[in-house]
Design a protein around this ligand. Structure first.
Ligand SMILES: Cc1cc2nc3c(=O)[nH]c(=O)nc-3n(C[C@H](O)[C@H](O)[C@H](O)COP(=O)(O)OP(=O)(O)OC[C@H]3O[C@@H](n4cnc5c(N)ncnc54)[C@H](O)[C@@H]3O)c2cc1C
Length: 364
């Protein structure tokens, strides 16, 4: 009988790890802070064609195809509505985060403990002691940290390793609008504001996410940090969006008008420099806990799935004592590349938007 593997974080990385380990005969249990009834759903993301192998491996490709929008093209427009760039996309989905989490949850048959907010972790005698806010305490001999960009487990291991911001922030919203979804015609689009070649350029992305649903996001360089703080207030955000979109194309303005501003949020995507190792004894970090990536890369989901599947395979094929070093040596280059790609994109977006438009190619 193999030993229990404890996973902290029951989102994309944690649930994928649960499924991948289960398939190889490892018992797992997941500790998740949120409760599915009360949890914040999130909005949506692009799941790129490069994730298809991982989705198939986990047995969820068809479920995802059935709940998501099939994205066949990326299209970029200037402020006059003229097409700047168009490129084909294969096996790419516009997916609501909550749909992906639900599908993964339905495929996982281990124990999922909700309302378990990990507050403290310690290591002694080859065991990790996990203390939850609820007062529950458990001991783990093998642990996977899949607790997202602000991971407590990573902070315990690397208290001085900092998250950096990408120099831009996003306002993200979702709505239902059959007209817009029809007009998008299975494309993911980006529209640039009036002065996108000047200092205050802004990008507006719009993504169908299944049925008549869509998610949009405004990307804005942070030139005035106080302005961002102000936007956490819903009334200020509403005013900002109205003023901003007054002269915009009907598609972008209509998407914002169709959205309840209370359901939008301000997001400052961050990244971290590559960690020196992804493990500590029998504890392993995966997904955003290990390497938060800037949203512009569209690689967060894909990388989390790859980490989970690869780690499970290494457990199956090797002595446990070798897994940490193998996991690091096999994953570090691809992760370092995605960190650098994100930094490069963000740098171009905030400083040289005309170069940014040329270099974005999503299907990597
Ligand atoms: C609420 C939410 C909404 C999101 N919305 C979007 C979006 O709209 N678009 C987008 O591109 N990306 C979004 N993301 C990020 C996206 O899911 C990740 O970038 C990516 O999928 C990698 O997944 P992950 O499992 O590594 O991290 P995450 O998806 O961040 O998952 C981390 C999980 O760990 C849990 N957790 C955190 N701390 C603790 C703790 N102390 N104890 C126990 N559990 C803990 C969290 O509740 C979460 O379920 C969102 C993430 C969250 C948590």
């Amino acid at each position: 009988m193999r030993e229990m593997i404890d996973i902290v974080g029951g989102s994309i990385a944690g649930l994928s790890a649960g499924i991948a380990f289960e398939r190889l005969g490892f018992p797992t249990r997941i500790w998740e802070r949120d409760n599915p009834i009360h949890s914040k759903d999130g909005h949506a993301f692009l799941v790129l064609g490069s994730a298809l192998g991982s989705l198939q491996h986990l047995g969820i490709a068809e479920d995802l195809r059935n709940t998501s929008a099939n994205i066949q093209r990326g299209m970029y427009f200037d402020n006059k509505g003229d097409l700047i760039k168009s490129f084909d996309l294969q096996d790419t989905f516009g997916t609501k985060r909550i749909d992906l989490v639900r599908i993964l949850t339905s495929k996982y048959s281990g124990r999922l403990h909700y309302d378990c907010d990990l507050e403290k972790i310690s290591f002694d005698d080859d065991y990790y002691t996990l203390e939850f806010q609820s007062g529950e305490i458990t001991k783990a001999s093998t642990l996977i940290g899949a607790d997202g960009a602000n991971s407590r487990i990573r902070k315990w291991l690397y208290p001085n390793h900092k998250l950096h911001t990408g120099g831009y922030f996003e306002i993200v919203g979702s709505c239902e609008n059959a007209n817009i979804v029809k007009a998008l015609d299975n494309s993911f689009q980006k529209h640039f504001s009036q002065d996108h070649m000047n200092e205050n350029h802004i990008a507006f992305g719009i993504l169908p996410t299944g049925g008549d649903d869509l998610t949009w996001f405004l990307q804005i360089p942070v030139t005035v940090p106080e302005q961002v703080n102000d936007l956490y207030n819903v009334e200020s955000r509403e005013k900002f969006l109205q003023e901003l979109t007054a002269n915009w194309s009907s598609l972008t303005a209509e998407a914002i008008e169709s959205t309840d501003t209370h359901s939008t949020y301000v997001w400052r995507s961050g990244y971290m420099d590559l960690l020196h190792t992804f493990h500590f004894h029998n504890m392993f970090l995966i997904g955003d806990a290990c390497h938060p990536l800037l949203s512009m890369t569209s690689q967060g989901v894909n990388t989390a799935l790859e980490d989970a599947i690869h780690l499970a395979q290494l457990f199956n094929d090797n002595d446990l004592q070798d897994v940490g070093n193998l996991f690091y040596s096999n994953r570090k280059d691809v992760i370092a590349d995605r960190i650098e790609y994100g930094k490069h994109l963000a740098d171009r977006f905030t400083k040289q938007p005309e170069q940014w438009v040329k270099m974005v190619h999503l299907a990597d």
